[in-house]
Design a protein around this ligand. Structure first.
Ligand SMILES: Nc1nc2c(ncn2[C@@H]2O[C@H](COP(=O)(O)OP(=O)(O)O)[C@@H](O)[C@H]2O)c(=O)[nH]1
Ligand SMILES: [Mg+2]
Length: 242
């Protein structure tokens, strides 16, 4: 988190992590498309011809909170391919929260696990620990054949503490829900650490509701948070790899 006192502006960094082609860029595109144009800047994405992220994608979002504090959220993705290890290490630097986008296809199970371990290592080399990082897991591509069953994912989710979401990013299903879940966790952690409510008169509940509305989601925050299929939304102690 970065705080610019004079501008009363707080910047939060969220990172979408996962194996190559799991749908990280698609999540950001769907988020960008869902967001009210006044709250988002241009989605910056640079890909090769075969959909592969060359560096990272960046989606800037800005929300005006109560108590005249502006919150900028910078959402990044990492390039998933093995050769981009050093870029991934750089991108997770200073992350406040991480969404792990897993590919639901059974054939991708090992790639998911490798990417999860890679995340753990990269956080560690940045002096961050997976256990303390606000983290949600999204199982994407639920529309495909040959995916892990809902039961299997529910079982997996019950083993870890991190919230698990199901998604079809290409049709924006579960995308806003995953993002709000991540923002909720990240914000709770920042709030507890920096006492934002007292220092800035910042109303976190109203903030989250405002973000959801600007993302075109008319449901209440408890309803949106309730769409996760497992895990806990308060305490952060992830144990199981997806
Ligand atoms: N069927 C299906 N395809 C998806 C879904 N999400 C992403 N894709 C496709 O998977 C490919 C890789 O997605 P991309 O977002 O570029 O993956 P990234 O490497 O994680 O950034 C693209 O062709 C997407 O259209 C999904 O939910 N269902
Ligand atoms: Mg990409």
């Amino acid at each position: 988190m970065q705080l610019d006192f004079s501008a009363r502006e707080l910047t939060v960094k969220l990172v979408y992590y996962g194996p190559a082609l799991s749908g990280k860029t698609t999540n950001l595109q769907a988020l960008h498309d869902a967001t009210d144009p006044g709250s988002t800047g241009r989605l910056m994405t640079l890909e090769t011809k075969d959909d592969r992220t060359l560096f990272f994608d960046l989606l800037p979002l800005t929300f005006k909170g109560k108590g005249d504090l502006s919150v900028r959220i910078k959402v990044f993705t990492v390039p998933g391919q093995v050769i981009h290890a050093s870029t991934r290490r750089l991108v997770v630097q200073g992350a406040d929260g991480v969404a792990f986008i897993a590919d639901s296809q059974v054939s991708e199970t090992q790639h998911n696990a490798d990417a999860f371990n890679d995340l753990k290592q990269n956080l560690k080399s940045n002096g961050l620990s997976l256990k303390q990082m606000p983290l949600i897991i999204q199982f994407n591509k639920r529309d495909l054949k040959g995916v892990r069953s809902d039961e299997e994912i529910a079982h997996l989710a019950a083993q870890g503490r991190e919230p698990v979401y199901l998604a079809v990013a290409t049709s924006c299903q579960g995308v806003v829900e995953s993002f709000i879940g991540l923002l909720h966790l990240t914000w709770s952690a920042l709030e507890a650490e920096h006492d934002l409510g007292r220092k800035f008169g910042f109303d976190s509940k109203a903030f989250l509701a405002d973000v959801a509305a600007k993302l075109g989601n008319p449901r209440s925050i408890p309803e949106i948070l309730g769409t996760c299929v497992g895990g806990a939304l308060e305490v952060l102690r992830p144990e199981a790899a997806p």
